[in-house]
Write a protein that binds this ligand. Structure first.
Ligand SMILES: [Zn+2]
Length: 176
């Protein structure tokens, strides 16, 4: 990635009405909570649009990062791409966030100052895989498969029409 760096913070209260686009990278050292959850953050970036109007400020965009995690199966390092999309309403206080409609997510920007790093870091943490695991071919603890994957399952699967056919023939056998 050869992006310009995003500003550490944006003054929402100084934006003119309308849409403002931002795109760039973020320094991993400014995301300590994310770094605590992974082995290393290799790169991180975001792009978003801030829409300011008399009704308020919304922020819509996406962010992504490349990070090293521990594979939960073999405990070796694995590199994963984290991607997260977000649509947030900027509020001044946590109390205002609680007062929002249930389907709207908030980002708290005290006194109109949006902490860009913290916002993106939150979204990246939400985007972390629930279970981090290598693809089987890359994992040193993956069960060794014999034959093409899924072949066994196909053999075991019963044709539902065979079962129906069996049900149909049985009553006629009883009649005889
Ligand atoms: Zn593994």
């Amino acid at each position: 990635m050869n992006l310009t760096q995003l500003p550490v913070s944006i003054r929402l209260d100084q934006l003119s009405s309308g849409q403002h686009h931002w795109q760039g990278s973020l320094p991993a050292q400014q995301m300590p909570r994310l770094r605590e959850l992974v082995i290393a953050v290799e790169s991180a970036g975001a792009q978003f649009t801030i829409e300011a109007s008399s009704a308020g400020v919304t922020i819509q965009g996406s962010c992504q990062a490349r990070a090293q995690l521990h594979c939960e199966r073999c405990l070796q390092a694995m590199t994963t791409e984290i991607v997260s999309e977000f649509e947030l309403t900027a509020v001044d206080t946590p109390e205002q966030a609680d007062a929002l409609e249930a389907d709207r997510l908030a980002v708290v920007a005290p006194r109109g100052e949006l902490d860009v790093c913290a916002m993106v870091e939150d979204e990246l943490i939400l985007g972390l895989p629930v279970v981090a695991r290598h693809e089987d071919v890359n994992c040193s603890e993956a069960p060794r498969a014999f034959g093409p994957a899924g072949a066994e399952a196909q053999v075991k699967r019963e044709n539902p029409f065979d079962v129906l056919a069996g049900l149909k023939t049985r009553p006629s056998d009883d009649v005889e």
